[in-house]
Write a protein that binds this ligand. Structure first.
Ligand SMILES: *Cc1c(COP(=O)(O)O)cnc(C)c1O
Length: 367
């Protein structure tokens, strides 16, 4: 069976180094806000090309702390893609702000820049762009709108470690960016972890306070913060894996390129290939009209697939106040998307097997 993702297998190549890093932290006797975190923050900022990085507890907190640190007026609205993981929207509502959903461009799956302007009101203060599935949003028209309407740009880069937009890294395309190092991400810890990157020194300072009770000097609280720190062990583990991220992303690109060029099916819509060498292919998402049938066929062939995501945020039980919205493109995508297995340790033979099975599905159904 080819699993949709096998985290034990992904981490096995680094096992010796990961154990040594954990041992180093254990022996140091210092477990929170120490040298490993400081070193990782320096390394991740350098990787992204930003002047600041703050490690936090997870990706959702990274987003939420950015919105709190921006100190937008109460009741401000934030533009957000309707087709995203629910965490993007939770960060806005958790910070006391109001989401304004924008439909995706159904070719790229990312927010459609043409649809943003009609959702801007006098209360709009920010745009949250989500580089979904490892592909950067089309930033140029978004930068233009942000300038024109004086909006902040926040990036949800939780699926885009190392992705490029016109040669510039995700995490360095707006006012601040949030990363998740959840174990399944392109750079994954062995537990929860996240980070904020920014070039804004004052914003970085506030995020740094907010993640630690709002305090810079112990027992003196400048802001009403929270406790969301990236701990020393996770930081040390991430430092082991970071030097391999580029090679891992290259392997993902190679596999994506094979899927893009060798899968031939009139029943599926493949993701766009134009920027395939700038994308980091966190997920390889195709659209299938008969999704259940397609997934069942692949399962019979020993290939596990997944859905990212089955329910749109505005249709979640948690968001009853948005159930009246009609976002047909988003709803259609949520009915049709299927993720094929794509991860660095997939062997060439397994990639062959996936391609053959997907191509065979088209023949079986056509008969
Ligand atoms: C994973 C993810 C998050 C949340 O990250 P956590 O570390 O799980 O909190 C946010 N946005 C997107 C797009 C994600 O994929």
């Amino acid at each position: 069976m080819i699993a949709h993702l096998d985290l034990g297998r992904e981490n096995r190549p680094y096992e010796t180094e990961l154990l040594a890093a954990a041992q180093r932290v254990l022996t140091s006797g210092w477990y929170i806000l120490g040298k490993e975190l400081a070193a990782f923050e320096t390394e991740w900022a350098a990787y992204c090309g930003t002047s600041h990085c703050l490690g936090v507890g997870n990706g959702l907190d990274a987003l939420t702390l950015i919105f709190k640190a921006l100190e937008l007026p109460a009741g401000s609205e934030v533009i957000v893609p309707a087709h995203t993981y629910v965490a993007s929207v939770l960060s806005i509502t958790n910070a006391g702000l109001t989401p304004r959903f924008v439909e995706p461009d159904t070719a790229s799956y990312n927010i459609d820049p043409q649809e943003i302007e009609s959702q801007i009101t006098e209360k709009t203060r920010a745009i949250l762009v989500v580089h979904l599935y490892g592909k950067c949003c089309d930033m140029k028209p978004i930068w233009e709108l942000a300038r024109r309407y004086n909006l902040k740009i926040v990036e949800d880069a939780a699926q885009a470690h190392g992705a490029l937009y016109q040669g510039q890294k995700a995490g360095n395309l707006g006012d601040a960016a949030a990363f998740s190092f959840y174990p399944t991400k392109n750079l994954g810890a062995l537990g929860d972890a996240g980070a904020v990157t920014t070039n804004d020194a004052e914003l970085a300072r506030r995020v740094g306070l907010l993640r630690n009770y709002g305090s810079e000097i112990k027992y003196y609280n400048e802001l009403q913060g929270t406790n969301s720190r990236l701990d020393e062990i996770q930081a040390a583990l991430l430092r082991v894996k970071l030097p391999h991220l580029e090679a891992d992303n290259r392997r993902r690109r190679h596999i994506a390129h094979r899927f893009l060029t060798e899968i031939h099916s009139s029943l599926l819509q493949l993701p766009p290939a134009q920027t395939y060498d700038q994308d980091v292919w966190h997920l390889f998402v195709v659209r299938a009209r008969q999704r259940e049938e397609f997934m069942a066929y692949l399962a019979e062939q020993g290939i596990q697939t997944a859905i990212h995501y089955p329910v749109a945020p505005h249709q979640q039980a948690a968001y009853a106040e948005y159930h009246h919205l009609s976002l047909p493109l988003t709803e259609q995508l949520h009915r049709e998307v299927v993720s094929l297995p794509l991860y660095p340790t997939l062997t060439d033979q397994e990639v062959d097997q996936i391609i053959q099975a997907v191509n065979a599905y088209s023949l079986v159904v056509a008969e």
